[in-house]
Design a binder for this molecule. Sequence first.
Ligand code: ADE
Length: 231
Amino acid sequence: MKIDIATLFPEYFDPLSLSLLGKAQTEGIVQCTTHNLREHALGVHKSVDDTPYGGGAGMVMMAEPIAHTIDPLIQENPTAILIIPTPSGEKFTQPIAEKLSRENHLIFLCGRYEGIDARIPEYYRNVAQIEVLELSLGDYVLAGGEVATLAMIEAITRLLPGVLGNPESLVEESHVLRDEDGQEALVEYPNYTKPPLWRGLEVPEILTSGNHGAIARWRLEQARVRARRLK
Ligand code: ADE
């Protein structure tokens, strides 16, 4: 999978070379490349932003430096998906991470300030005919799209074959577990490891019983309890 990231702050993405994702890049499973929007800035002042039409606080990222950065990436691969993290986007969920993990090429565009010129998603969706996803990490406002992009890349790439040491861990984790009817996505059940007694707290007895059927039923119930608490 190829991932391009257009950003004013490429250093935000240094952690991509760490841990599982770093290893996946070394092994050629994922290839992440940052592109500095500032290098495509306009004029002697190298501006990337300007005041909003209609007035209001803050600055808006201009369309042209963004287009200069993104156009060559799309020319290289016209089936790439353009992802724009924004608090006004659709909620990024595990099913979206799963869908995106099946793609070959993702382009993330990180906004700063009060966001990007609204003609950018419009142009790439309607004129360039690219799939554009505006995605929100949650109902809160970050200072820019960089942290949201990092979170989404981690959620997507850990689903790629060969990235996780043990692919079994993908099956029973949070948001992937289904109730018997296959409908409700449940959160993960609680996990324990050695020692059996820690600061007066014991591991639930059932987990050391060796009764795999009973353990599975207990875990499902615990996941249900946790899911109900979150509603
Ligand atoms: N940019 C700023 N806030 C964001 C959020 N909550 N999700 C995605 N991108 C963002």
